[in-house]
Structures are given as structure tokens and as C-alpha cells.
Design a binder for this molecule. Structure first.
Ligand code: NAP
Length: 285
């Protein structure tokens, strides 16, 4: 199956390529191969390759950076995604767009469903939501896959930051008023590689799961430290107001995997099992 993957050098992109590229017809492109902000280049590449489906992972993913560079965020996440959608439309390709839990405000107290209305509270979420609208405006054959808190072997994530900090400092402070569902990039890549080979188009929430429907960054950090034998590091909960980062974060952004489950795809595993698998993958367990 001819699949083109954008953002192939990113964290998710690399895991996706490792999973999909056993098929010689799968091609990954990075920024130098296809800058998604350049409509002519995007159209040219997609018209020449004629994929059956484009898996679009490329994005401006620095959530705080989006606040200081709003035009760059919109150019990449909104216009770039629009460019990919237009190019897909011209060759009748399907498109899978990877979006985020940050399209939601976090005011809800139960997992967000695919039919909840997005109301982003930061620039990153707004730009990714604008990307979703562009996909829906141009295509009938689309998947929108919202996920959250990605971590994996090929990128910098919360886990790596906590482990580095734990080596340098005797005490760590982590926010306990933001709850979400951290998701292993390899698990998401596996789910996407199954979904993309179907015609079950639509919007999906795909994350690892948790018995309490979400975990705070503080509790996630405690689990990471415990699982890596560093439970002795002192962990102090703080509030988002104390941390005072440039971008506001939704206080609760756990996603419910309703449609993925109802379509009979394999259930995503719990966060703690995925964490163990990741720690084994990187040789920390
Ligand atoms: N990370 C998370 O926690 C998270 C959570 C929810 C959803 N998501 C979504 O999941 C997807 C994958 O995230 P990720 O963490 O794997 O991201 P990532 O590691 O930051 O990778 C993104 C890739 O996009 C590329 N890119 C940026 N601008 C580009 C452009 N103009 N043209 C072509 N390529 C460009 C980057 O290339 P350069 O290195 O050259 O900039 C990078 O290789 C994204 O769509 C993101 O919004 C991520």
C-alpha cells in the first residue's frame, strides 16, 4: 500500500516508519524533502508519488514556543496541514492527521469524546485545531487521530526530562493539577498503522489508558522514578500557576478511545504497562 509519512524524522514519524517501512511502498519525508509550508513542493511531491494515504505527523510541537511564535505555529500546523489536504484532494488520496488533546480546554471532568467540541486555550491547540478544520474542509477520506503526552525512543519527552533532572537534583517539583494520558509513541504508531489500512474514516482518540481515566504529571513522575529505581528522589507537587509557563495547559485532557474501541481495534494498553515496555526498549529496565 503506497503510504507517504510526513515528519518522518520526528518522534512519532520514526516509530511509524520503523513499523510501516517493511512495505517498500511506504515513503517518509522530512522537512528538507518536503517543507509542508511550501504548497507547490507539497503538491508536486504528492502528485509524483501518488500515495493511497498520507500520514501527516509533521508539526510545530513546541507548546510554549507557539506562544512566542504564533505565526510560525499557524503557518506549520494550520497552513501546512491545509497544503497537505489540498495535495491529497488533487490525487484523491486519503489523509491521516495527527492532532492533540490540547484542542480541548480541560474544563471537563470525564474523558473527552470524539464528539466533544474543541475549545483550545493555547496557540498550539488553536493551530492544531485549525489543521483539523482544513482537513475536514478539503477531504472526505480522512482520519483525525487525537493523542496526548507522547513519549518514545526518538524524541525528548517528559520521561527523559524527569530522569535527567533526577540525576542532577535531590528534589524535583512537578505539577499535580494537569491530568492527561501519557502515550507511548510505538503504541500509537501500531494503532495508526492498523487504522490507516482501513476505510473507517473519521475522528479517533487514541491514547494509552488508565484506571482512573487520567494521571497527573506529578503521579506520572512518581511512577517513572519508582519504575527506574529512583523512588528515593524527593518529589514535591506544585501548581501550574507556580510553574508559570508561557502557554496555558488544559487542567484535564484525558481522551476516551471510544471509536477506536467500537471499531474493534485492539484495546490500547494501560499507561503503566506502556511505560514498562518503553523502559525496556531504552534499556532502563
Ligand atoms: N509530542 C506530544 O506530546 C504530542 C501530543 C499530542 C499530539 N502530538 C502530535 O503528534 C505529531 C507528532 O509529534 P512528535 O512529538 O513526533 O513531534 P516531533 O518529534 O516534534 O516531530 C515533528 C516533525 O515535524 C517536522 N516539521 C516541523 N515543521 C515542518 C515543516 N514545515 N515541514 C516539514 N516538516 C516539519 C519536524 O522537523 P524539524 O526537526 O526539522 O523541525 C519534526 O521532524 C504532531 O502532529 C503533534 O502535533 C504530539
Amino acid at each position: 500500500m503506497k503510504i507517504l509519512v510526513t515528519g518522518a524524522d520526528g518522534m512519532l514519524g520514526k516509530d511509524l516508519m520503523a513499523m510501516l517501512s517493511r512495505d517498500p511502498e511506504v515513503m517518509g519525508v522530512n522537512r528538507s524533502g518536503m517543507d509542508i509550508t511550501d504548497l507547490d513542493k507539497v503538491k508536486d511531491m504528492i502528485a509524483r508519488y501518488k500515495p493511497v494515504v498520507v500520514v501527516h505527523t509533521a508539526a510545530f510541537t513546541d507548546v510554549d514556543g507557539c506562544e512566542s511564535k504564533p505565526w510560525d505555529a499557524l503557518r506549520t500546523n494550520a497552513v501546512g496541514t491545509r497544503n497537505v489536504s489540498l495535495a491529497c484532494m488533487e490525487v484523491d488520496a486519503a489523509m491521516l492527521y495527527v492532532s492533540t488533546d490540547y484542542v480541548f480546554s480541560g474544563a471537563k471532568a470525564a474523558p473527552y469524546t470524539e464528539w466533544d467540541t474543541p475549545d483550545p486555550i493555547n496557540l498550539y491547540g488553536q493551530s492544531k485545531y485549525a489543521g483539523e478544520i482544513a482537513v475536514k474542509d478539503h477531504l472526505r477520506k480522512f482520519f483525525i487521530v487525537r493523542t496526548s503526552g507522547l513519549y518514545g525512543r526518538h524524541g525528548k519527552s517528559f520521561i527523559q526530562s524527569i530522569l535527567h533532572a533526577a540525576h542532577d537534583k535531590p528534589e524535583l517539583t512537578v505539577v499535580n493539577d494537569q491530568i492527561s494520558l501519557p502515550t507511548y509513541s510505538r503504541d500509537l504508531a501500531d494503532a495508526i498503522s492498523r487504522l490507516v489500512k482501513t476505510k473507517h474514516y473519521g475522528t479517533y482518540h487514541i491514547t494509552n489508558t488508565h484506571e482512573n481515566f487520567g494521571i497527573s504529571w506529578h503521579d506520572w513522575a512518581a511512577l517513572i522514578l519508582r519504575e527506574t529505581g529512583m523512588a528515593n528522589v524527593r518529589l514535591t507537587p506544585i501548581t501550574s500557576a507556580q510553574l508559570n509557563r508561557p502557554a496555558r495547559r488544559p487542567p484535564y485532557s484525558a481522551l476516551g478511545n471510544t471509536f477506536f474501541y467500537l471499531r474493534d481495534f485492539p484495546t490500547m494498553r494501560p499507561c503503566h504497562e506502556a511505560l514498562t515496555a518503553f523502559l525496556k526498549e531504552v534499556g532502563l529496565k
